[in-house]
Design a protein around this ligand. Structure first.
Ligand code: ADP
Length: 190
């Protein structure tokens, strides 16, 4: 179980859990949101393109995101597996990821959905805004990101379920407790 996709609404704790899971599994965590933020901070052309979308909670165009992920999957540390956080995020990206992996002679092992109640995640993100100051953590943008998640990302959980690849894990609880739940779910899926 080393080729893993982590799904879940904004604020479910994907980033925190992705880092902990990746460490436990010995694979890199690849967060598209983090890569975009690093490019925005670094003032790259990719960053300038992305910021027009991320700042309002819209998805960055697929061709931009897909190319970025494909390049990341060619880096040597991905040879033994990966944990994708924030990708795929719509049905078209699912097909694109399938194609990318097929081209590299491999495929996905499991998709894990971290679930969390909407009002809980809004409160978590509003709190995070006061700590981290992320540009997209204002209430209207948070609500928009949640709408985008419901409309575009949630359907891909059903798609992975029909392939028998989906496991769901409750994202509410202390960080280490949720990590243990995730590791148990991955063991069970193996
Ligand atoms: P969150 O899950 O809290 O919304 P992320 O850090 O995963 O935050 O993503 C931040 C932003 O980066 C998204 O709102 C979106 O604009 C952009 N982004 C991240 N991943 C993708 C993706 N796979 N496709 C398109 N845009 C993306």
């Amino acid at each position: 179980m080393t080729r893993v996709v982590l799904l879940g609404p904004p604020g479910a704790g994907k980033g925190t859990q992705a880092a902990r899971l990746a460490e436990a599994l010995g694979v890199p965590a690849i967060s598209t949101g983090d890569i975009f933020r690093a490019n925005i901070a670094g003032g790259t052309e990719l960053g300038r393109t992305a910021q027009g979308y991320t700042s309002r909670g819209a998805l960055v165009p697929d061709e931009v995101t897909n190319a970025m992920v494909a390049a990341r999957l060619d880096e040597p540390d991905v040879a033994g597996g990966f944990l994708l956080d924030g990708y795929p995020r719509n049905v078209a990206q699912v097909s694109e990821l399938d194609a990318m992996l097929a081209q590299r002679g491999t495929s996905l092992d499991v998709a894990v959905e971290l679930t969390a109640d909407t009002e809980v995640v809004v409160q978590r993100l509003l709190h995070r805004a006061t700590v981290e100051g992320r540009e997209d953590d204002t209430e209207p943008v948070i609500r928009h990101r949640l709408d985008v998640y419901r409309e575009q990302t949630e359907p891909i959980a059903a798609l992975y379920a029909t392939r028998g690849l989906l496991v769901r894990v409750d994202g509410l609880g202390d960080v280490p407790v949720v990590t243990q739940r995730l590791l148990a779910a991955l063991r069970e899926a193996a």
